[in-house]
Design a protein around this ligand. Structure first.
Ligand code: ZN
Length: 398
């Protein structure tokens, strides 16, 4: 299992000082690796993070001088930096920055959970600000809410509820468009009035473009992260580590005066087309993470269940659940989750206790280790927890 999958559940185990220290480390790491912003502003932000980190460490002996803080930020795993009791969790062994100083996948995920100083963070900060403004516009987030209070559940709920107001057909079309077109030409967006009103699309993040160009991940079609390698080259890769491992990673360089992508490994042989940043809009990180990624699994499960001989409805009855599967008189009501956040899922279940009796919560196979803990939270509400593989196995044998 990857550290990024474990984040929400493991964050729950941190004590308040560890949480404050981690927030300071995350913001410092983002500021450290972000190409944006003035040097002086970044230095000031780093120093402020150092101060917050020191206060959180108190007398724990984990405090450090400013240069030492930066050095450990770049090299040490999270567990060596945090004050208080240690844990054997994956998060403890994870590093926030790669050897070359770029953001590790867990850093982006953690940045979504970091609090309070988000408005000052360049790069990822733009994503966070956008998510904030979408939620505020949808009336789901009083101003001043700590980012750590934003859960995947809250984001999905707010966006889907707002889409529903446009009516059932517009809802289904809008949700499908969000999943399959996470980046759009501004002109194409104008055709989806329900999405224009939501304000979910925004300019392409400076962290996901280079020299005025961006490229879609071959698996999720969202903007890949661009890490400059000098002025004449960049490495592009998907923020989803599984997509990167399968081949969503490319080198961008000039060839005969033209920018071109070449594959940097994995199963992908043909690089996607570079596209101009100008005139295009994209979903921000949070919406990609919490709407596009689960959405791709929902759409894929529909195809797999149909191949297994079932009849499938995507997103029946609006926002109540994701897939309605029937075969030979057996019915599965399925809710898909691509993150292991028992707290967030349980909160949502409490909001609608009747809705989850007989519900099946499906998580991807790589999160199989969370089936037990989720089942303990959801079992009393009458819901079952399965991985996608076991769901399809059940449907096949019905
Ligand atoms: Zn991807």
């Amino acid at each position: 299992m990857l550290a990024t999958d474990a984040v929400p559940a493991e964050m729950e185990e941190l004590d308040p000082d560890q949480r404050t220290a981690l927030d300071a480390l995350v913001i410092a790491a983002i500021a450290w690796c972000s190409p944006e912003g003035q040097a002086r502003a970044r230095a000031r932000l780093l120093m402020e993070c150092h101060g917050r980190f020191e206060r959180a460490c108190g007398a724990s002996g984990k405090g450090a001088s400013f240069p030492d803080f930066l050095d450990r930020l770049a090299k040490a795993p999270v567990g060596e930096l945090l004050p208080g009791p240690t844990s054997r969790s994956k998060l403890w062994n994870a590093r926030l920055l790669e050897d070359d100083g770029s953001a590790a996948p867990i850093l982006t995920r953690l940045a979504m959970e970091a609090s309070e100083q988000d408005q000052q963070v360049p790069g990822t900060g733009a994503d966070l600000r956008h998510l904030h403004s979408v939620l505020r516009a949808l009336g789901k987030l009083p101003s001043g809410t700590r980012l750590s209070r934003i859960t995947a559940e809250a984001v999905q709920h707010a966006v889907f509820r707002a889409l529903q107001q446009a009516g059932f057909t517009a809802y289904t079309e809008g949700r499908h468009a969000l999943i399959t077109q996470p980046v759009l030409a501004r002109r194409a967006l104008a055709r989806h009035t329900q999405l224009v009103d939501l304000g979910v699309y925004t300019a392409i993040s400076p962290m996901r473009q280079f020299a005025g160009w961006w490229a879609p991940c071959p698996f999720c079609r969202w903007t890949m992260r661009a890490v400059p390698r000098g002025r004449h080259a960049a490495d592009l890769s998907c923020e989803d580590i599984r997509h990167t491992e399968r081949g969503a990673r490319f080198r961008m360089a000039l060839q005969e005066g033209q920018w071109r992508l070449t594959p940097a490994g994995g199963e992908i042989r043909e690089a996607p087309q570079l596209r101009p940043v100008e005139g295009q809009v994209a979903l921000s990180y949070g919406l990609w993470q919490w709407i596009v990624l689960p959405g791709l699994l929902e759409v894929e499960l529909k195809h797999r269940a149909e191949k297994a001989g079932a009849h499938v409805h995507l997103w029946p009855y609006g926002d109540s659940y994701d897939l309605h599967i029937t075969k030979n008189g057996v019915t599965w009501r399925v809710d898909v989750k691509t993150w292991a956040d028992p707290q967030g899922i349980a909160e949502r279940m409490r909001e609608d206790p009747e809705g989850c009796a007989g519900l099946i919560v499906v998580i991807p196979e790589h999160l199989g280790g969370y089936v037990g803990v989720l089942a303990r939270v959801l079992g009393p509400h009458g819901a079952r927890v399965l991985t996608d593989v076991s769901l399809i196995a059940e449907v096949s044998t019905a």
